[in-house]
Design a protein around this ligand. Structure first.
Ligand code: SF4
Length: 933
């Protein structure tokens, strides 16, 4: 008998239409093809033509289909009818919701705008939200960078005028050695995976520096399991070795950095600043004449070893500092957790690849001085870093140290090195300064956030107290370029520096994983004063999903998912650039929402019009923009420069040009992105490359060429030190002087992280890692991603595991100076011997995210946040400072110290907070793919 094979259609038609847009399951912003069938999302694949991912798609990206159908999606605008935290809401119309918001916001604007604080989470529309907050007139606005990775951004901007993250990239086609420090793998996904693949195919090497050998560290050729908070010391030991061996790119330093600038030695208010001429230009000594000349003099040959009237060069000060034996590998090995031999080997490998394997491109170019170069010399060592090194109280200086290491090797902006993506490079002087000038009924006197160059740019009130509710840009955290969102609720609750009336939050889960000291924050959100009113009287919240924060808000403005709205990934904000091209992108509604929700950006524009905010209304008082799509196309930040650079004017304009009503249509036809390549002779050495600078002006990145020198020595930081030493009109309070003198050291330094004060009683470091498969906590409600990470044990290194006699299935009590948790444990060998860790934000509160109450996220998942206080212990002066980097205010999550002991196994992790009532129903038990809840 013959067996008849069934007839199978091995290539079924998966869709009847493909819509190209931009992924938002993480910050990489890959291009995606959304396959539609019968009006529903059937399948998502990578867009092969897209510059970011070239068709590659990760687990998060393909799971976007479950995001758009997630049971946890909010359905209607709602107002709270029960007590805060009860989860009791009444559905209301959009008109009612917006008028309620206006009835709260309008009187505040007319009387005291600072009583309204507007903070946003990981959204990608800060150029709009900041513009709106400025028009409203409050100084209390920021996004979430203060509790994320502002140290990386600020450390980079103050040193090289650019930063890691999505703002730069290794030269993957040419680099031979790639070094990763503490990367958050959810943030740096497809581009790095593709890059590592390219590098390894060519026989290049990857070095991972991370206490935890997970993710990219697991595929690294060499792994340095550094002790948390000691990365900066390791980097300075590498710098010591490079100085000692003379393996430094002196030519690069002399031409492109402030290493040949002269440090004033006279005692007095200018001590330690750099010598300048009458036009305020930095001076260097020209080797040809031995005389001081402006740094940009054509043909100048800056002398790194010169002295002038008692001034030494920055380079000499650096050599003296970093050759000190306290940075010798032998001196730091124990603290860093890596042997002296391995540190020396690491330094030797960097030097070998940078100098012995240097590359040359036959590409002539002209620098900003007008000097012509026949070739481009490349140092094929590239670096990348993220949250691991930055979430410490010494993270800013560590980020600076890492950039200094790159620069000493001559490995920034060269072939084979690390390169910036437009709109970077951009000197720190080219950024806005923070503003806090409030006038009732009027806009703020300038942008909220920026990069202070000295005490004159701090956001202080007349009496010297912090002007902002989060105390950003105050003496406590002078360079807090992204604000300090993690301090808003506790400061507002304490009335320090003042009370507020309305807290307006977007996409920030402050009642759970986005706050330190979670339980106390929940209490602050529900606490009432003697008058029976909530201490924070009104909370407006916008989110697409029923997160833990929803129950604590008074008014809910439900957002759409990323496949249901317009978005703009703009050069005014955080574009999708490439190292040799400017690029931006859009999202557009590939499906219409099936619920009564609206894109938050359109809601904000509507609110702006209802409030009559300048920039959001026409002269006749009518709404200026119909919605966010209209704003994206019509808004001009400067004449001819708007949110999108492509297809401007008659459709041919790039960067500059009148608004084009067809712009979004043209983007959609082009795959939802636009790419403008820079000239070939302009794509390396961009901060100093005349061809690049001219091109950047042409496409509107800036209005005049802005070449600059890398700041190995930071004058802005020295200005704060001078203030701490008693110079200048604006003076810090006495109790902060010593701390400022230490933290604002103008050359990169290392100091013990503040958490080490607890080391005697709490000897173990405790960290979280962001999983590659789940960006922030957005995947918690995603049926596919939950199968990858549904729970999160605490991983213990072999020594601790064996010392306590742990076995698989055991539980542990983990205590910090602030609290304790009881959690399941697991063994991991590839781990720093004094560090424990878990995945970030997998643990969920019962009742949230439309998960079952016994969901693994709520019973076996947990947060370390319960162990971390937002304030440091009292210092003896009666004051408690925020648990943050003293320079930038970056939340010092990773300074956490704990102790650990065995605990009986149980059915749920502790603390086990009571369930909250969710305004959306629990998910159905069974669902077919693409089926909506
Ligand atoms: S790397 Fe990020 S942006 Fe790219 S497909 Fe994955 S989730 Fe989407």
């Amino acid at each position: 008998m013959t067996y008849r094979q069934p007839i199978l259609d091995t290539s079924p038609k998966v869709s009847d239409e493909i819509r190209k847009t931009t992924c938002y399951m993480c910050a990489c912003r890959c291009g995606i093809n959304v396959h539609m069938k019968n009006g529903r999302v059937a399948y998502i694949e990578g867009n092969r033509d897209h510059p970011i991912n070239k068709g590659v798609l990760c687990a998060k990206g393909s799971s976007g289909i479950m995001q758009v159908t997630a049971p946890s999606r909010l359905r209607h605008p709602m107002k709270r009818v029960g007590p805060r935290g009860s989860g009791e809401f009444q559905e209301i119309s959009w008109d009612e919701a917006l008028e309620l918001a206006v009835s709260w916001l309008k009187p505040l604007r007319e009387t005291n705008p600072e009583k309204m604080a507007f903070f946003t989470g990981r959204d990608q529309s800060q150029s709009l939200t900041g513009f709106w907050a400025q028009a409203y007139g409050t100084q209390n606005y920021a996004a979430h960078g203060g509790f994320c990775s502002v140290n990386m951004a600020a450390g980079g901007i103050y040193t090289i005028g650019g930063a890691f993250w999505e703002f730069g990239t290794p030269d993957w086609d040419r680099t031979k050695l790639f070094v990763l420090f503490g990367v958050a793998e959810d943030h740096d996904s497809n581009p790095i995976k593709m890059g590592i693949g390219k590098l390894k195919t060519r026989g290049g090497r990857v070095i991972g520096v991370n206490p935890i050998r997970s993710g990219y560290n697991a595929v690294a050729d060499d792994w340095y399991g550094v002790t948390p908070g000691a990365d900066g010391l390791l980097i300075l030991a590498l710098v010591h070795e490079l100085f000692k061996a003379g393996k430094i790119d002196l030519e690069y330093l002399a031409r492109f950095t402030n290493a040949p600038c002269l440090v004033k030695a006279d005692a007095g208010p200018e001590n330690g600043l750099l010598l300048r001429d009458a036009d305020d230009k930095l001076l260097v000594i020209d080797k040809r004449s031995g005389k001081p000349v402006p740094f940009d003099t054509p043909g100048v040959r800056p002398d790194l070893g010169a002295t002038h009237q008692g001034c030494r060069t920055v380079f000499q000060v650096m050599a003296e500092k970093y050759l000190d034996e306290k940075y010798a590998p032998e001196a730091v090995a124990e603290r860093v957790g890596i042997s002296a031999e391995r540190i020396k080997g690491f330094a030797a490998e960097l030097a070998h690849v940078a100098f012995d394997e240097a590359i040359e491109l036959d590409q002539p170019w002209t620098d900003f001085r007008g000097d012509k170069h026949d070739k481009m010399i490349g140092r094929p060592v590239s670096f990348h870093a993220m949250r691991g090194i930055s979430a410490h109280s010494n993270g800013f200086q560590t980020a600076r140290a890492l950039h200094m290491l790159q620069v000493l090797l001559g490995a920034v902006e060269c072939p084979g090195g690390w390169r910036m993506k437009p709109p970077y490079p951009k000197p720190v002087e080219g950024h806005p300064k923070p503003h806090c000038g409030v006038t009732p009924g009027k806009p703020l006197n300038g942008p909220h956030l920026g990069y202070p160059l000295g005490p004159e740019h701090l956001a202080l009130k007349e009496d010297g107290s912090p002007a902002r509710i989060d105390k950003a840009f105050s003496w406590e955290n002078p360079l807090s370029a992204h604000g300090m969102m993690h301090m808003v609720i506790s400061n507002a609750h304490a009335g320090d520096p003042y009370k507020i009336d309305t807290l307006f939050l977007y996409m920030a889960n402050m009642a759970w994983n986005s706050s330190m000291n979670t339980r106390a924050v929940i209490e602050m959100l529900t606490d009432k004063g003697e008058d029976g009113e909530y201490v924070i009287p009104r909370i407006i919240y916008s989110d697409a999903y029923s997160s833990e924060m929803v129950a604590y808000a008074d008014l809910i403005l439900p957002d759409t998912t990323y496949l249901e709205r317009h978005d703009c990934i703009s050069l005014l904000d955080r574009p999708i650039g490439e190292a040799d091209a400017a690029a931006d992108a859009i999202r557009w509604p590939v499906v219409e929402p099936d619920r009564n929700v609206r894109g938050f950006q359109s809601v904000l524009i509507d609110l702006g019009a209802r409030l009559g905010l300048p920039g959001f209304v026409n002269e006749d008082g009518g709404a200026k923009y119909k919605d966010y799509a209209d704003y994206i196309v019509s808004h001009e930040r400067r004449p001819g420069v708007g949110p999108l650079m492509g297809f401007r004017g008659n459709g041919e304009g790039v960067g500059r040009g009148a608004p084009n009503p067809d712009q979004i249509k043209r983007y959609i036809e082009n795959g939802a992105f636009f790419l403008a390549h820079m000239p070939e002779d302009g794509s390396y050495f961009k901060p100093w490359n005349k061809s690049y600078q001219d091109w950047a002006v042409k496409i509107g990145l800036f209005d005049a060429p802005s070449p600059y020198l890398f700041s190995l020595y930071s004058e802005p930081m020295r200005r704060f030190q001078l203030a701490a030493e008693g110079h200048g009109d604006r003076q810090p309070p006495d109790h902060l002087r010593d701390r400022l003198k230490q933290a604002m050291e103008p050359l990169p330094c290392w100091y013990t992280p503040f958490g080490d004060e607890d080391a005697e009683d709490y000897p173990i470091h405790a960290l979280t890692q962001r999983p590659m498969a789940m960006y922030h906590s957005w995947g918690s409600q995603n049926a596919w991603l939950r199968q990858i990470h549904g729970q999160n044990p605490l991983y213990l290194p072999t020594g601790i595991w064996e010392k306590h006699g742990f076995a698989e299935g055991d539980w542990a009590r983990v205590s910090s100076p602030h609290g304790e948790i009881v959690v399941p444990v697991a063994h991991m060998a590839g781990l720093n011997p004094n560090t424990v860790w878990t995945w970030n934000a997998i643990g969920k509160r019962k009742g949230a995210w439309a998960l079952e109450e016994n969901a693994p996220e709520a019973t076996k998942g947990f947060l370390l946040n319960h162990l971390i206080h937002e304030l440091l212990p009292a210092k003896g002066d009666g004051l408690r400072w925020s648990n943050s980097d003293p320079v930038t205010g970056q939340a010092a999550w990773f300074d956490l110290r704990v102790k650990i002991e065995k605990a009986p196994a149980r059915h749920h992790t502790e603390p086990n907070l009571p369930p909250i009532k969710s305004p959306v129903p629990e998910a159905p038990k069974h669902r077919r793919q693409g089926e909506k809840a």
